[in-house]
Design a binder for this molecule. Structure first.
Ligand SMILES: O=C(O)CCC(=O)C(=O)O
Length: 267
């Protein structure tokens, strides 16, 4: 799938691009079903909130077939290859649960801050590209983005290990206030199946979810093959060290898998 010139221009200017309902309800249904099983499991890759609710299922593409197909899906892979002009590999894969009632905040941050400091990534030539599994409302922890903040490059950050269960390189309030005064805040919302991509230096965060609506989003962090990490400090299932370029599957691979799965379940 190729982005149009207008979409590429929007990404370069604003630092993000949202394509509503890019995946069909049939494709999303299998991912929703499988994510419930993954998030309900007891694997080491499931990071938990302080409450014990699942926060993130890392590396689901390595132990779940539906998520493996999504991790090689051309609608996810090709736009990022197009932006970087080269092949990409999987730096990180996660299902963020933002569980109903218990989903905690993600403080304001830039992703490249962590990739650079914790993984030794040379350049911000990796990108998060995500798919909504649930409807994202303005009130169930929508991801908030600060448009054009990527143009500031890598900004000074502090290491916050106590606000949530997950350590993060975060920005102070004065910095966020200045960036928001310049660019405002946008929060892409919409039906399951929406796809959002954003620059590694785009400032973003999300509030907690006290509603009865979970807000699951799958994030692939795709890194340009020429930008492989040099000094990994995190577990392999958080920051992968297999730099093999991803070969995309056929565009209908997830749909075919969903149909086969349904047929087997009915037998
Ligand atoms: O899922 C969210 O709300 C935030 C995720 C995020 O900011 C990240 O993974 O860097």
């Amino acid at each position: 799938m190729k982005l149009t010139d207008a979409q590429v221009a929007q990404f370069h200017k604003e630092g993000w691009l949202f394509l509503p309902e890019l995946f069909t309800p049939e494709e999303i249904e299998i991912l929703r079903d499988e994510s419930a099983a993954v998030l309900g499991s007891n694997r080491q890759e499931i990071w938990r909130e302080k409450s014990g609710a699942p926060r993130t299922a890392f590396a689901a593409h390595t132990y779940n077939e539906a998520f493996s197909i999504l991790g090689r899906h051309p609608r996810m892979i090709e736009p990022v290859e197009q932006m970087f002009g080269e092949k990409v590999y999987m730096h990180q894969y996660k299902i963020n649960a933002k569980a109903k009632f218990d989903g905690d905040v993600w403080q304001w941050h830039q992703d490249y801050a962590t990739w650079m400091r914790d993984d030794g990534m040379p350049e911000p030539r990796a990108m998060n590209i995500s798919v909504f599994l649930d409807e994202v409302y303005p009130f169930n922890g929508a991801l908030m983005l600060v448009p054009r903040s990527q143009k500031h490059g890598n900004i000074n950050a502090g290491h916050d290990t106590s606000t949530t269960a997950y350590p993060l390189w975060t920005l102070d309030n004065a910095t966020v206030e200045k960036l928001v005064a310049e660019g405002g805040i946008v929060a892409p919302i919409g039906k399951p199946g929406g796809m959002l991509m954003f620059h590694g230096n785009l400032v973003h965060g999300s509030a907690g979810n006290i509603t009865p609506y979970s807000r699951r989003i799958v994030y692939l962090t795709l890194n340009a093959v020429s930008n492989a990490i040099k000094k990994p400090t995190r577990a392999e299932w958080i920051a992968h060290q297999d730099f093999t370029p991803i070969t995309a599957v056929a565009d209908d691979a997830l749909l075919q898998y969903a149909r086969q799965h349904k047929k087997h379940a009915a037998e």
